[in-house]
Design a protein. Structure first.
Ligand code: ZN
Length: 378
């Protein structure tokens, strides 16, 4: 009887242990086994939530139309429709019609009670990108757009080290030259090509010519090249080196807006949308990327909400702290717009990017924002 009891107890203990180890195994497995092997971070400098969620802003167009009727303008004909949903579809047809419908979701439409905010109080580019790439705001240190080395290691450097990647496999292509200073705290750690810098890694004759051309077809801005060049170099890099972590940093949505040029601002949105399409199609036709790539699309800062200050941003411009964030991932089943959700923050991008890759970003910076929980809750 005693023996029998002992055996019974032992068996019970064994089955408990078995269940416990099974639970542990499953818990670990559900953390470890994302399908994601590559991450692409896309930023559109200062691309307002107003246009992303509502398309053409009629008040701005009216303000900009000096002569004749607003209805006769090319912008109205191209981008106007009665509802915000129809308007944004005209502005960003691939983003709304394909990406957000079939493959991903987007947070930041405040009319649906979803908000995304910066935690920095600067609301301009260097602080925004640094918050994205390091996972933390440092308003006391990072408070200008000057070309000074980022004192904090970036998620690009962290991912390269943890995944034991070579320099070409972690790359940042930016239209703005200051990315050379923001993107890495150790100079030369990762591939950065920004501003009017030649793309030395270009393999094809066509891209070599294009690299030269960017300095013969200068943009209107000293420190920013046209997104066209940035995008072409990034695409060439994807095809040649198949990077596992890529930051594509496009900039024209900010620069045209600063100049008050609403036509070029909207057309830049539209061009960026076509670039999303080309990038997406390339990923789908490349075995290394198809079904294994997560994409985060976001912005460094918002802008003003009125006809007086839509051109501007910074701490004195109300509402410039509001941004948006889209997630496209084989590991996330959310689709369309977020509704009635908690506010998420710019300082969560680095940790979310790492979480897709099964890396724990708190190893790099324990103070950084955490991965966006909603993406990973089953
Ligand atoms: Zn700006």
């Amino acid at each position: 009887m005693k023996n029998h009891f002992d055996n019974h107890a032992m068996n019970k203990l064994r089955s408990h242990l078995f269940l416990l180890s099974l639970t542990l195994l499953l818990t670990c497995a559900s953390f470890a086994q994302t399908k994601t092997e590559n991450v692409i971070l896309i930023t559109l400098d200062g691309a307002r939530t107003q246009e992303v969620f509502g398309g053409l802003d009629l008040d701005i167009l009216k303000d900009k139309t000096r002569r004749g009727k607003v209805e006769d303008t090319a912008l109205y004909k191209k981008y106007w429709a009665p509802t915000p949903e129809e308007r944004r579809m005209k502005l960003l047809p691939f983003f709304w019609g394909t990406l957000m419908k079939e493959h991903g979701s987007v947070a930041g439409n405040r009319s649906l009670n979803s908000a995304v905010m910066t935690t920095n109080k600067m609301w301009f580019s260097y602080p925004g990108y640094s918050e994205i790439l390091t996972g933390q705001a440092h308003d006391d240190v990072i408070n200008s757009n000057d070309k000074t080395r980022n004192p904090y290691p970036s998620v690009l450097e962290f991912a390269k080290r943890k995944l034991k990647l070579n320099k070409n496999q972690v790359a940042l292509f930016g239209s703005w030259d200051v990315f050379n200073w923001i993107g890495e705290h150790e100079e030369g750690a990762v591939t950065i090509n920004a501003g009017h810098e030649p793309y030395e890694l270009a393999a094809s004759a066509e891209l070599k010519a294009l690299s030269k051309l960017q300095n013969e077809r200068l943009s209107p801005w000293d420190s920013v090249r046209f997104d066209y060049f940035t995008f072409r170099f990034a695409m060439e890099h994807i095809k040649t080196y198949q990077p596992r972590v890529l930051h594509l940093a496009l900039g024209e949505t900010d620069d045209w807006a600063h100049g008050g040029d609403y036509a070029h601002t909207l057309n830049s949105f539209h061009q960026n949308d076509q670039q999303f399409k080309e990038l997406w199609e390339t990923l789908q036709s490349t075995p290394k990327y198809k079904g294994k790539t997560s994409i985060i699309i976001t912005i460094d800062h918002g802008r003003g909400n009125t006809i007086k200050d839509w051109t501007d941003h910074g701490e004195k411009v109300p509402e410039a702290q509001y941004i948006w964030m889209a997630f496209i991932s084989p590991d996330v089943s959310l689709r369309g717009e977020w509704k009635n959700t908690e506010t998420i923050y710019q300082n969560q991008v680095a940790a979310t990017l790492c979480r897709f890759l099964n890396l724990d970003y708190s190893e790099n910076n324990p103070q950084a924002g955490k991965p966006v929980a909603r993406l990973f809750s089953k």
